[in-house]
Ligand binder design. Structure first.
Ligand SMILES: [Zn+2]
Length: 136
């Protein structure tokens, strides 16, 4: 369902991209960057590390307005692509479910520990029988 959206017209996209370039030059935007944190992950970044992110992406019909533009780190901006915030939250939730299904590293440890004991025992037997052979 996420893949089936009709992108905004080329006209809208190029117009809003131009507006974004203009908005980036304003004192208002420089002020947003100077706050020094990413709107999404709330981590701190230097103004140079932050990019302009559209809450409603331009391709989804969003505009380059003060209300729609937030500073975002490159990682969040890249991850979200053209998804709406609700869709992005949903994707992250699904990712979490997939991760929780994975076997915990501790399970792997106990499995490999058991097989090590097994291998060790086999090795011991082999060594002992070898020893007998050399005695003969
Ligand atoms: Zn971020």
């Amino acid at each position: 369902m996420i893949s089936f959206f009709s992108p905004a017209s080329q006209d809208h996209q190029s117009k809003e991209r131009r507006k974004a370039q203009e908005l980036k030059k304003t004192a208002w935007w420089k002020n947003q960057l100077a706050k020094g944190y990413c709107y999404h992950c709330k981590k701190r970044f230097s103004p140079q590390e932050l990019t302009m992110d559209h809450l409603v992406p331009i391709v989804r019909g969003g505009r380059s307005s003060k209300k729609n533009c937030v500073p975002s780190c490159r990682s969040c901006n890249h991850q979200r692509k053209y998804f709406l915030l609700e869709e992005w939250a949903l994707l992250k939730m699904q990712q979490l479910t997939v991760n929780s299904l994975d076997i915990h590293p501790k399970d792997f440890e106990s499995i490999s520990h058991q097989s090590q004991i097994h291998t060790h025992t086999e090795f011991q037997i082999e060594k002992e029988s070898n020893g007998h052979e050399s005695e003969l």
